[in-house]
Design a protein around this ligand. Structure first.
Ligand code: ADP
Ligand code: MG
Length: 246
């Protein structure tokens, strides 16, 4: 009969490394609990599957590129009364992703837009979705670099593979005509296909100011707003309040 180590090595060579790692413990538990052979066979495969899920989620969390790992449980709805916990929690069944809807958080600085966008995206990853979190500035740069090397289309396809593309701080700075055009290509590719989460300090009515060419701005804004849930956040800056000890 093979030794435990030999069996573990065989599992590993078949790429069941999670079973291999936990084999001794799983066997010990099965013996202690006197489970049936069928139950044990099931426990092995379940262990492999759930371990893969955990690792994939951890990998997706790293790849999402959050600037800060903020969670919804850290969000204080008493400090931000223009959005309710119920409204935000209602998003967490992720029908908005299945229905290819966008979420847009509009409001002045410091009111929790990035925190909420991050918190929802973290939950989405935990539920098995893929997310990329970028600032608008980073996104424009990514697209620009791809455009220069003649790989814009490829890059857009790659970005559109995420279930959610979160674009933070859209509209804070004006962008070049080419930047805007590249962004339009991306939003077009994602439109009715993937979800965007956008945070912005600009009301839609003033978006044409930063997308300086209206011919492009109108269709971009149109595509973002169509199928969107819009959250208008108000109130005082949380950062300022913390500083003032309010
Ligand atoms: P915005 O993106 O609207 O400028 P942020 O989401 O970055 O604001 O919030 C600024 C800081 O204040 C962050 O550290 C954030 O975690 C915190 N913050 C904002 N609103 C809340 C809130 N309601 N509860 C807890 N922390 C908050
Ligand atoms: Mg922000």
């Amino acid at each position: 009969m093979s030794s435990l180590n030999q069996v573990a090595t065989q599992y590993r060579s078949l790429r069941f490394s999670n079973i291999a790692e936990a084999l001794e413990r799983l066997i010990g538990e099965a013996e202690a609990n006197e489970v049936t052979y069928l139950q044990f066979a099931e426990q092995l495969v379940k262990h492999e599957m759930s371990s893969r899920d955990v690792k994939r989620i951890a990998q997706n969390m790293r790849r999402a590129g959050f600037p800060l790992h903020k969670t919804l449980s850290e969000f204080d709805y008493r400090a931000q009364t223009t959005v309710s916990k119920r409204e935000i929690n209602a998003l967490l069944d992720f029908t908005f992703i299945e229905q290819r809807q966008n979420l847009v958080f509009i409001g002045p600085p410091g009111v929790g837009k990035t925190h909420l966008a991050t918190g929802i995206a973290v939950k989405a990853i935990e539920a098995g979705y893929k997310v990329l979190f970028v600032t608008a500035l980073e996104l424009i740069e990514i697209l620009e670099l791809a455009e220069i090397s003649g790989e814009l289309k490829k890059k857009i396809q790659q970005l559109a593979k995420h279930d959610i593309l979160a674009i933070d701080e859209l509209g804070y700075l004006p962008m070049s005509k080419q930047g805007m055009y590249n962004l339009f290509q991306l939003i077009n590719a994602m439109y009715e296909h993937r979800s965007l989460i956008i945070t912005t300090n600009k009301d839609f009515t003033s978006w044409h100011e930063f997308f300086f060419d209206d011919n492009v701005a109108v269709p971009i804004v149109d595509r973002i707003i169509h199928h969107s849930k819009i959250f208008m956040l108000g109130g005082e800056s949380f950062r300022l309040r913390e500083k003032l000890g309010k």
